[in-house]
Design a protein around this ligand. Structure first.
Ligand code: PLP
Ligand code: SF4
Length: 354
């Protein structure tokens, strides 16, 4: 494969069925039925430009692993949940989640351009039922109007950039009318998996009274091709600040070299790595999970060895809806007012608090 930084891929269609995925050479012969069996329960979509990033000769390809369905998805482990981060418990009106006082999630759509096999909302995304209606959106606007402590509205889903320019523009300008809001935010995978969608027209729609911050979801450096770099450039020139979120996934990016390359590449594209998420306990996703201890060790190896700009915060969502929390380094202990702090070389030093 050529250097991913030089690759430009044009894509127009999306693979959805077992036979389409088999025809693209992404699965072993005779397993198309498995794909369709998974598809009866969970949404499947692989844009052909994402399929083009897969190395078909590698049975452990990290791109394929994220998007190609696996029959093991139909087995749910006992500790897995349909709603692992407890969205339901904090949803005062349909399509809106209010867990933290000053910010809400708003889900204008449940469609995504690609369906990630580890998705924490996999029980809901890609279904017609459960998608918010126009009336639900009005109820959500009314809720935001009545709660002036809300300073930030985070559009997520589903992928908000799967809306048309007109729908997204209407939504952003409605939100911009609330004088108590400070900023808007969009969480999306579109610029990475469907860069063609990020037209000048779309960038224009993102220019509203309120600043719109964008958080790109990406997990592997190979996803960040030349065309994705061009799109980041276009967004930055359009005054859209860029952050990233990644999920730490076994067999995809759970090693120091891949994470280093991913975060360096993001900074090269003017994207600040924001969060590295520990995988949630969504149903049928056991093959992606590593332990918190394994995650913490990996993150500790990054500390000090790559630029601070390249370091995201490693967080876990406490199952049941209790919120996100950073996983602190293991190397700090307090004895009275003496802190023992370990540096990136593994040496401990005392910080005496007075
Ligand atoms: C993750 C999340 C947010 C955003 O949290 P930040 O730390 O501000 O990125 C907001 N609301 C809910 C319900 C969330 O799960
Ligand atoms: S893009 Fe986000 S919401 Fe959509 S399937 Fe992937 S993780 Fe889930």
């Amino acid at each position: 494969m050529p250097d991913y930084r030089e690759i430009v891929i044009l894509g127009t269609t999306t693979l959805r069925t077992g036979s389409e995925i088999a025809a693209a050479g992404l699965i072993p012969e005779g397993t198309a039925e498995d794909i369709d069996a998974v598809r009866a329960t969970y949404s499947v979509a692989i844009p052909d430009r994402v399929a083009a990033l897969v190395d078909p000769s590698d049975p452990a390809d990290p791109i394929a692993r994220q998007f190609v369905p696996d029959i093991r998805e139909l087995e749910a482990a006992e500790d897995e949940l349909a709603d692992p981060i407890g969205d339901e418990a904090h949803s005062p009106v349909p399509g809106l989640v209010h867990r933290y006082p000053d910010r809400v999630l708003l889900m204008p759509t449940l469609s995504c351009p690609v369906y990630c096999r580890y998705c924490f909302r996999r029980d809901r995304v890609g279904r017609a039922e459960g998608a918010p209606s126009a009336e639900d959106m009005e109820t959500a606007f009314a809720y935001i109007a009545e709660n002036p402590q809300i300073k930030e509205v985070i559009l997520t889903g589903g992928d908000p950039l799967s809306l048309s320019d007109r729908k997204l523009g209407d939504l952003l300008s409605r939100l911009s009318e609330f004088s108590h809001l400070n900023n808007l935010r969009i969480h999306t995978r579109v610029p990475v998996v469907m860069p063609d969608r990020v037209t000048e027209g779309l960038v224009g729609v993102l220019t509203t009274r309120l600043p719109v911050w964008m958080v790109l979801h990406t997990n592997h450096p190979r996803e960040l091709t030349k065309d994705v770099a061009d799109v980041c450039n276009r967004l930055v020139r359009g005054s859209v600040p860029l952050l990233s979120q990644s999920v730490l996934l076994k067999g995809v990016n759970d090693n120091v070299d891949t994470l280093t390359a991913l975060f360096r590449r993001l900074v090269e594209l003017r994207v600040k790595p924001y969060y590295l998420h520990h995988p949630d306990r969504a149903r049928g996703t056991a093959r992606f999970r590593l332990t918190l201890e394994e995650g913490r060790e990996l993150v500790e190896k990054l500390r000090g060895n790559i630029s601070g700009l390249c370091q995201p915060t490693y967080v876990v969502d406490i199952p049941g809806g209790y919120g996100k929390t950073p996983i602190a380094p293991a190397d700090q202990s307090v004895d009275g007012s003496n802190w023992s702090l370990r540096n990136f070389q593994g040496n401990s030093h005392i910080y005496a608090d007075r």
